[in-house]
Design a binder for this molecule. Structure first.
Ligand code: TSB
Ligand code: ZN
Length: 582
């Protein structure tokens, strides 16, 4: 989908359209106070103070109509530069604009743009005439806090988008519609993967039986891989004391992402936001020789993070999540090899799931930022070069993000684009020189001296939550056979004649697969359609022919053809497919 912000022409056009929107709003709501109207990846929005009024769909239509009228009027858009005094005078009725003007530095040029009876404080640039904003669409509206702070007043935010041609706009709207159909929140509901309830809380999804099946399969899949790669899995509590997180540094550096602490007897606990401290203690539980390293401690671990209520989204961004986490304890010499294994595992998993659209982001330190990054240039340079070397040797494409590294070391993130909304990180691998020191971890080296290991934090799926959201969108809910909650749905053509045979087949298949039998008194065509809606990979249709010839007939999901074969061949076919996780 096009990124409006990055396209120079569309950026300008959308910016002008935001002004057009603001002008229309001012015509309809005389007391409206405008705050800001920036261009975003998805188009533009304007934040407007309507004095407590909440917009409705009808309002949006009214505004849209007024915008169309203004486009027809076709006023020219012109720029003026103002002195600070003139600007303060011109916008004296709008405290939001006054605040913006006061926040500008002395040497900044203050400019405004005018079209007909409307002037807005703005850096520009803009298109020449409002006529050019003809092909727009107002998309939605929402409440948004002034300056994004929940202590402030709620403003009304109206979103829209504008293109040069009607055709471009229509194509884009169609794409949006398709994306909405892929949205995992919609699919997750239809397929009964997860639910939410305000009584449990925001960002706290409940995994329903179908979702739990998918998750269990994902757990088995990655557990098997990790076992083969020498990981040791543990179970640790999802709380820790505040002291644990003071030792790790999270209490100082990560507190705003944590739930507040709670007192129990004389202990003060927090819900853990990360599992690293627990795994450091697991490592520390026994003495280690260099011969044992790398030691790989894995866990499917529940974490709690404070995410802003406006940011939580289905399974993709939650407040209670389960990481596919591991901490790898290595000698400095092993960093490259171990990092390589992690990247290979990521590539391997993505291949299995057919994930092709992703970006590797290598986050490095900003060498000039001595405050954020601990000061050991040699260590940073070595580590960063090693990561680059590995990525180059594997021939993977990546981009570098300077200043994005964590304070404790460089990292590699894999970014993917959800159906709706901005990119998110799926997999991650983070190098860490600091945490092992904070926990005074050690191993005995070849020469008998005590050394400090280096830690790699890594999560291949990221979290089961986010990965499931992503995979639901990638497959549009049509999960591969091995992941499908229901793998086979059996429909007898006529209950009276074929139900017994169907039950016999069902019992046999149930020994190996997840099967449902639809014996409701409904029309065959209706039941078959429902099997498609539920995206069941195989629908068995059993009638006279099947019963007499002792065979089965099936339709694969989204196929219009029916195939027939003996039951044992069908079982083998499916088992082969599952074994290869095709
Ligand atoms: C990898 N300590 C490391 C760990 O050892 C860690 O916690 N890294 S993390 O902060 O990047 O989180 C790991 C992964 O969790 C991310 O890559 C992302 O895929 C996933 N994740 C992070 N926040 C959320 C959230 N709010 N909802 C769902 N998944 C999330
Ligand atoms: Zn970690």
């Amino acid at each position: 989908m096009i990124n409006i912000k990055e396209d120079k022409r569309l950026n300008t056009l959308n910016h002008s359209c935001a002004h057009l929107l603001a002008q229309a709003v001012k015509h309809i709501y005389k007391d409206a106070k405008l705050w800001v109207g920036p261009v975003i990846e998805e188009g533009f929005y304007y934040d407007i103070d309507l004095n407590g009024y909440t917009l409705t769909d009808e309002d949006l239509e009214k505004i849209s109509k007024e915008m169309k009228k203004l486009v027809k009027d076709g006023k020219r858009i012109y720029r003026e530069e103002l002195s600070r005094k003139e600007a303060l005078e011109r916008f004296k009725d709008n405290p939001y604009k006054i605040d913006i003007i006061n926040g500008l530095s002395e040497d900044e040029v203050i400019s405004c743009y005018t079209q007909g009876d409307f002037t807005d404080l703005c850096r520009g640039p803009h298109v020449d005439s409002v006529k050019e904003c003809k092909n727009f669409k107002l998309l939605k509206f929402s409440g948004s806090y002034y300056k994004g702070d929940s202590k402030n007043k709620v403003l009304q935010r109206i979103y829209g988008i504008c293109f040069d041609s009607k055709e471009d706009l229509e194509n884009h709207l169609k794409e949006l519609e398709e994306a909405a159909l892929r949205d995992h929140r919609k699919i997750g509901k239809e397929l009964e993967i997860f639910m939410t309830d305000d009584l449990v809380g925001k960002g706290m999804p409940l995994w329903l039986p179908n979702g739990a099946l998918v998750r269990k399969e994902l757990e088995n899949y990655i557990y098997e891989k990790e076992q083969k790669l020498g990981y040791h899995h543990v179970y640790t509590p999802c709380v820790g004391t505040v002291d644990l997180y003071k030792t790790s540094g999270h209490w100082d550096h990560y507190k705003e992402n944590m739930f507040p602490s709670m007192k129990v007897d004389d202990e003060e606990f927090v819900l853990r936001p990360m599992n690293c401290p627990h795994h450091m203690l697991v490592y520390k539980n026994s003495l280690h020789s260099y011969r044992e390293l790398p030691i790989r401690i894995g866990e499917f671990a529940t974490d709690f993070r404070y995410e802003a209520s406006g940011a939580v989204k289905g399974l993709e961004r939650v407040r209670c999540m389960c990481q596919n986490d591991a901490h790898l304890f290595v000698t400095p010499e092993q960093i490259g090899d171990e990092f390589k294994k992690v990247v290979q595992l990521i590539l391997d998993v993505y291949k299995d799931f057919g994930i092709n659209n992703y970006k590797f982001r290598l986050s490095l330190r900003d060498p000039n930022d001595k405050e954020k990054y601990f000061d050991d240039d040699e260590m940073w340079n070595n580590a960063e070069n090693k990561l680059r070397e590995v990525l180059d040797s594997l021939g993977v494409k990546y981009f570098e993000a300077v200043g994005e590294a964590a304070f404790y070391g460089p990292k590699l993130d894999v970014e993917v684009k959800p159906a709706v909304g901005p990119e998110v990180t799926l997999s991650t691998c983070q190098l860490d020189f600091l945490l092992p020191r904070r926990f005074e971890l050690s191993y005995i080296d070849k020469d008998g001296t005590k050394k400090t290991p280096v830690v790699l934090h890594r999560a291949i799926f990221g979290t089961f939550d986010r990965f499931t959201a992503f995979i639901l969108e990638e497959t549009k809910g049509a999960l591969p056979l091995w992941l499908s909650p229901t793998q086979i749905n059996i429909i007898p053509v006529n209950n009276e004649y074929h139900l017994k045979y169907a039950e016999k087949i069902c019992d046999k298949l149930k020994e190996e697969f997840r099967v449902s039998l639809d014996s409701r008194e409904e029309k065959l065509s209706y039941k078959m359609r429902e099997s498609q809606i539920k995206k069941v990979p195989y629908t068995l249709i059993l009638g006279d022919k099947e019963k007499d010839e002792k065979i089965i007939s099936f339709r694969k999901y989204s196929s219009k053809e029916t195939e027939s074969m003996p039951l044992k061949d069908f079982i083998k076919k499916l088992n082969d497919q599952i074994k290869e996780r095709r």
